[in-house]
Write a protein that binds this ligand. Structure first.
Ligand SMILES: O=C(O)CCC(=O)C(=O)O
Ligand SMILES: [Fe+2]
Length: 313
């Protein structure tokens, strides 16, 4: 995407503060270590060996929107301009997100604000600053494994000094994403696929490593409000286009009960959270939930994972 309202000089500045942050001594970076939410902050991507190739990068995650969810205690104080630049980036991202969601809706003949509404005013924007160090065995090691993003859209700024890094998959083939100075790359994520009832595809992508130069990137993941159980827009469901994605919590109770919490493992499963009345001034919990252990993989109880909606697993 070009003409996104962010000047080239500003994007250069964004990559510059990112480079400067990662160039700090480790003790300095560790001041921004992952916060108590296990998400915001500095850390490296999980390196899970086994028979998998590794992820080879360092990253700094910072939620920028809604503003009250910022955890400023892990926002870098050096370089000095970091916070200001990130704040400005967040304002531009908000505008860009709205323009893109509206354009996506129009392109499907929907009311302009269909996706904006599904997304909600308080949808989150999480930024991820990443560095992929030089790697002597690019044949063995990914920067990031093939995956799709959980976002509705992801906005990506790539290092203009490194012509190759990100690949996307189409028709079982991998394609290099070109790096165009001044442009941003927009990836559709899982929520775009769900909202559009499968018309938009959540694109599989990966990052390869490089033995010659390190690479930087800044990604911004835009995700619907967590309280919204997002589903396909009604107008996109018809007899020709059956609903591909259902809302788990909207399923009939009998169906949800197929995934009830299990006696031998009360943690994994669907059920409502304990309503502990007791002391009169304590509020009670009022929600439904489905717990499943996902890792380690050999502890998954796959027989109790929902088979509907089809994409759940
Ligand atoms: O660094 C990139 O080019 C993309 C990273 C990515 O796909 C991710 O963090 O989800
Ligand atoms: Fe991604």
């Amino acid at each position: 995407v070009k003409n996104h309202g962010m000047a080239s000089l500003f994007l250069d500045e964004l990559l510059k503060v990112s480079r400067q942050f990662f160039a700090l001594p480790l003790e300095e970076k560790l001041k921004c270590s992952i916060a108590e939410d296990f998400f915001n902050g500095y850390g490296n991507a999980a390196v899970i060996a086994g028979d998998h190739t590794l992820n080879w990068n360092d990253r700094l995650f910072l939620t920028v929107y809604p503003e009250e969810q910022r955890r400023l205690q892990v926002w870098p104080q050096t370089p000095l301009k970091f916070r200001e630049v990130l704040h400005e980036f967040s304002l531009s991202l908000r505008k860009m997100l709205e323009v893109i969601l509206k354009a996506m809706a129009r392109s499907l003949g929907l009311k302009e604000d269909s996706f904006v509404k599904e997304h909600g005013e308080q949808g989150s924007i999480d930024t991820r600053f990443g560095i992929y160090p030089r790697c002597s065995r690019p044949d063995k090691v990914y920067g990031v494994h093939p995956h799709s993003d959980r976002s509705s859209i992801t906005v990506l700024l790539s290092d203009i000094n490194v012509p190759e890094g990100l690949h996307i998959q189409k028709d079982d083939q991998w394609f290099k994403v070109p790096v165009i100075p001044g442009a941003l790359f927009v990836n559709l994520g899982d929520f775009a696929e769900v909202m559009s009832n499968g018309i938009f595809k959540s694109v599989a992508h990966r990052v390869v490593t490089n033995s010659e130069r390190e690479r930087f990137s800044v990604a911004a993941f835009c995700t619907p409000e967590p309280e919204n159980e997002v589903g396909p827009i009604n107008e996109l469901i018809s007899s020709n286009q059956p609903q591909l994605y259902k809302k788990f919590f909207a399923l009939p109770l009998e169906e949800k009960l197929n995934y009830s919490a299990m006696e031998e493992d009360v943690y994994s499963g669907y059920g409502n959270s304990a309503v502990l009345a007791g002391a009169e001034d304590k509020p009670i919990n009022w929600n439904y939930r489905l717990f499943r252990t996902v890792y380690p993989e050999d502890q998954r109880k796959i027989q109790f994972w929902p088979q509907k909606p089809q994409k759940f697993r």
